[in-house]
Design a binder for this molecule. Structure first.
Ligand SMILES: Cc1cc2nc3c(=O)[nH]c(=O)nc-3n(C[C@H](O)[C@H](O)[C@H](O)COP(=O)(O)OP(=O)(O)OC[C@H]3O[C@@H](n4cnc5c(N)ncnc54)[C@H](O)[C@@H]3O)c2cc1C
Length: 592
């Protein structure tokens, strides 16, 4: 038991960054280099964060292999987002992209090279030249291990800059004072089971995605949406949570990802008749149409009886025609994954694939400086001391659907921007540590105490698995209002159960049962936000495809969803249609 407001161990830092993925470590690097004291917390060793699994590439209009410019990249991103992306943030990201990639190159990131020494770039879904005319080569790649190369590079730079890492530490709750400013976090040191108070002048949430609220997912097991849970419990709304990306090519049955880079290199999708069906759905971009589009087309083929395998439950990805040399040089990990998880050698046979949950477009609302913003009286209001970056944030550059390679890009662009913003305000406002807020501290500690002391109740993993099954069934590639509403009732019931779970092993040292029980509260927050937001949006846009309302409805629904967990309320705010310096791209039909 932890005595409330007792002499819990305390530490003070200028900044606490929760998360050591690409976004967290890009931000901490900026801060440590500016001389601030920075603590980076991570549930796992930094280089095991999910960013390490990113395969295909990072998008930037370098134009090394075909003509390109940031304005085309911006257009593709706005169109890819089905016009729900904020155009100021999108312009900011696409303009910064080339410099962000060159900066990584100068940090020592080992990109693949062209014969003339420039960075190798491959085509990727939805990235085009001249406003949709033809695919462009924009994805800067290190074989099919781009995230691995990026994360290790950033880790090494952080070690050199003397960032302090807290490895196997789990942040539990945000601490907010009476004015609502964020002044620190509570955190569990897994090794000892001790809870600490980490005081900070600024807290950065960089906790990554929450793909583990689904049964079939390409995401790491640690992706349980902790930052979103922390924000929701601290009274901060979550934005656009109905928009989740299904990646077209998860290995059937296993969920492990096969990068879109395979199609970028020339791989094609076939149905059971050996037909390249994407030619019918997207005559111009074919297999390289954006992910929401390809996933729906695959689902359609399977539903209409043209799936492969004994149950007709998947389609196949053929790449043997690329030849062993290309596969071994550009896609070595993909070959390994196909052999280990799909039981096929792609040099000889096609890989069985199905759409699999992959990425959350929604998250904690933030502006393009990384500052968290709430919505009050028709205006965005900054939460002092709180920043959100990476997959847990909704900036929103991805809107209703993210283009491949734009996530690694957003990690480094907004990680750096948030770092700069914190350094500026630190210098300008001479920020000091503030008093610890008793109420907020009591809340966090009593939450943990209650969980620790409960003697009876549901098992943690039973409730977590029921949530995953329910999300998978009720909130899939194609949705109906009936299915969604059933899902809302189920998730509400499971959320009740989650309040009364118990775990038997109360030991302190490396107790993973305790960690899983704490993660469940975050999984529950994210699942509720998702299904409630989805059941209320009566249109189809990007990754939210509703059979009962198959069209996009710009008159009523060109707006961001905001979910308030405390009172179960949804509200809406306008999309930023105005870019920073160029003309706006007005909505139009999305064909490929
Ligand atoms: C298999 C796969 C392949 C992908 N390929 C690409 C690609 O080629 N190109 C692309 O652009 N995007 C790709 N993506 C998406 C992209 O990789 C992710 O969106 C991105 O890496 C997320 O980075 P992040 O910094 O937000 O978080 P992550 O890298 O997920 O890191 C999250 C960090 O937060 C920590 N954390 C979480 N909760 C807590 C807590 N409570 N306390 C302390 N620490 C906590 C974790 O330990 C971890 O360090 C891919 C995603 C997957 C799953």
């Amino acid at each position: 038991m932890v005595a409330i407001n007792s002499s819990l161990p305390r530490r003070q830092f200028d900044v606490v960054v929760v998360g050591a993925g690409g976004s967290g470590m890009r931000c901490s690097l900026q801060l440590a280099q500016a001389g601030l004291s920075v603590a980076v917390l991570s549930k796992v060793f930094p280089t095991r964060s999910h960013t390490v699994a990113a395969q295909g590439g990072i998008g930037a209009s370098l134009g090394n292999m075909s003509e390109d410019n940031w304005y085309w990249h911006m257009y593709d991103t706005v169109k890819g987002s089905d016009w729900l992306g904020d155009q100021d943030a999108i312009e900011f990201m696409c303009r910064q992209a080339p410099n962000a990639v060159y900066e990584l190159e100068h940090f020592g990131m080992p990109f693949d090279r062209n014969a003339n020494g420039t960075i190798y770039q491959r085509p990727f879904g939805g990235h085009t030249a001249n406003f949709g005319e033809k695919p462009v080569q924009r994805a800067c790649a290190a074989a099919d291990r781009t995230g691995h190369a990026l994360l290790h590079t950033l880790y090494q730079r952080n070690v050199a800059a003397r960032t302090q890492f807290f490895v196997e530490w789990m942040a539990l709750d945000l601490l907010r004072n009476d004015q609502g400013d964020v002044v620190g976090v509570t955190a569990l040191e897994m090794e000892t089971g001790e809870i600490y108070i980490l005081e900070a002048k600024a807290v950065v949430l960089a906790t990554g995605g929450a793909g583990r609220i689904w049964q079939a997912s390409t995401n790491a097991f640690i992706n349980t949406g902790d930052g979103l849970g922390m924000a929701a419990r601290a009274g901060i709304c979550l934005q656009d949570m109905e928009f989740w990306q299904f990646h077209p090519t998860g290995v059937a049955g296993a969920g492990v990802l096969i990068t879109e880079g395979v199609r970028g290199e020339g791989g094609i999708l076939l149905n059971k008749d050996g037909e390249r069906f994407m030619e019918r759905y997207a005559p111009t971009l074919k297999d390289l149409a954006p992910r929401d589009f390809v996933s729906r087309s695959m689902d359609q083929e399977i539903k209409e009886g043209r799936g492969c395998g004994p149950d007709g439950s998947y389609v196949v990805l053929k790449l043997d025609h690329l030849g062993a040399d290309v596969i071994n040089k550009r896609l070595p990990s993909i070959r390994e994954i196909a052999i280990k998880f799909g039981n096929v050698d792609p040099i000889k046979e096609p890989i069985p694939v199905v759409p699999t949950i992959h990425y959350q477009m929604g998250g904690i609302p933030a502006n393009y400086h990384g500052e968290v913003v709430t919505w009050e009286n028709g205006e965005e209001k900054i939460v002092n001391g709180l920043y959100a970056i990476g997959e847990c944030a909704a900036v929103s550059v991805h809107g209703a659907n993210r283009l491949g390679t734009n996530s690694l890009l957003d990690l480094v662009v907004f990680g750096r921007a948030a770092g700069n913003r914190i350094v500026e305000s630190h210098l300008e406002r001479q920020l000091a540590h503030q008093d610890l807020p008793k109420e907020s501290l009591d809340f966090s500690l009593s939450r943990v105490n209650e969980l620790e002391s409960r003697q009876s109740g549901e098992k943690v993993q039973d409730v977590a698995n029921s949530i995953r099954m329910s999300m998978q069934r009720h909130c899939g590639v194609f949705r109906t209002l009936e299915l969604l509403n059933e899902g809302v009732s189920q998730i509400d019931e499971l959320a009740e159960q989650a309040k009364h779970v118990k775990f038997d092993d109360k030991s302190k040292v490396f107790n993973t049962a305790r960690v899983e029980a704490l993660e469940l509260s975050n999984i529950t927050e994210v699942a509720r936000a998702t299904i409630k937001s989805a059941a209320n949006r009566t249109e189809s846009r990007g990754a939210h495809a509703l059979n009962d309302h198959p069209e996009r409805d710009d008159v009523n629904w060109l707006k961001h969803t905001l979910w308030h967990s405390a009172d179960g309320r949804l509200e809406y705010k306008p999309v930023h249609m105005k870019p920073l310096t160029v003309e706006s791209f007005p909505p139009k039909a999305r064909t490929f």
